[in-house]
Design a protein around this ligand. Structure first.
Ligand code: APR
Length: 251
């Protein structure tokens, strides 16, 4: 009897875990989707879970999310696209209400900060015991951000911005998502310019002459204008505060 109870309780706990994650996903999706659009959040959920459920959590490549991205593609906001690398917190403080980051897209906002994976022989979604970011390359979380970021960058249009970390030795890292995926997806027929804002804290380790930024410039397709600016983080935040309503660029 004890064994039966343990099995039943475990089964209930496990299915609740999937149910909570699923319910939150659908609820957040609906909150983020205007009522008169064709997006069906139950369909979005199915496309999402189909990418990783029942699979070895180290064998989920970015392409597993192709269908999801076709069901819920990111909507570009020309001249208001903001990319970031090593500057997540300040990027979202600065972008709030004015610029669009990956995490402002519907899928990005639903999945930001979340962990999920499946398991071979199971139809459950697990939210713990999943591989870490670098444990294996093809894990469900990393593959999602890689695939979704590629799509987000591919539709970027007009004058775009990237906030890079000037308090790092290498502000433009070729192994980051921005450096290895997004930059390569920018197209000159859509994107007019990219402004790299080198955000610095007290310790300034890099300026616009930095070698890594030369590599960034080289990666950009001819026709995309490159601009670089060095701005202290405190200045960005004060400026954002002062111009909160008007969205005046702070660089
Ligand atoms: N280990 C753990 N987490 C990592 C690692 C790692 N080695 N690398 C990246 N991450 C996760 C973390 O959650 C981190 O906060 O990715 C986030 C972003 O990493 P960064 O190196 O700061 O930036 P980058 O890899 O360039 O990704 C940001 O990707 O989603 C897009 O549009 C978005 O432009 C943005 C870019």
């Amino acid at each position: 009897l004890v064994v039966v109870v343990v099995v039943v309780v475990t089964a209930v706990v496990l299915s609740n875990r999937t149910d909570t994650f699923k319910a939150t996903f659908i609820q957040e999706c609906e909150r983020r989707t205007p009522v008169n659009t064709s997006t069906d959040c139950v369909e979005v959920w199915s496309a999402f879970e189909q990418a990783y459920v029942g699979r070895d959590p180290c064998q989920v490549p970015p392409e597993a999310y192709d269908h999801l991205l076709s069901v819920a593609p990111p909507q570009p906001a020309c001249n208001r696209m903001l990319f970031w690398s090593g500057t997540k917190e300040v990027a979202h403080q600065v972008s709030e209400g004015c610029y669009q980051t990956m995490e402002d897209s519907m899928l990005g906002s639903v999945l930001d900060g979340k962990t999920w994976c499946g398991k071979e022989g199971s139809n459950e979604t697990f939210t713990s015991g999943c591989p870490g970011w670098s444990e294996c390359v093809n894990n469900p979380v990393r593959s999602f951000w890689s695939r979704a970021s590629a799509e987000f960058a591919a539709v970027a249009c007009g004058d775009a911005v990237v906030l890079l970390n000037g308090s790092r030795d290498t502000p433009f890292s070729p192994t980051s998502i921005f450096g290895s995926i997004e930059v390569k997806k920018f197209t000159s027929d859509r994107m007019k310019s990219l402004t790299a804002v080198l955000v610095t804290k007290d310790n300034v380790l890099a300026n616009c002459e930095d070698e890594s930024l030369k590599n960034l410039q080289k990666e950009l397709k001819p026709g995309i204008k490159y601009i670089c600016k060095e701005v202290p983080e405190s200045e960005l935040l004060t400026c954002k505060n002062d111009h909160d309503q008007t969205c005046v660029p702070c660089w």
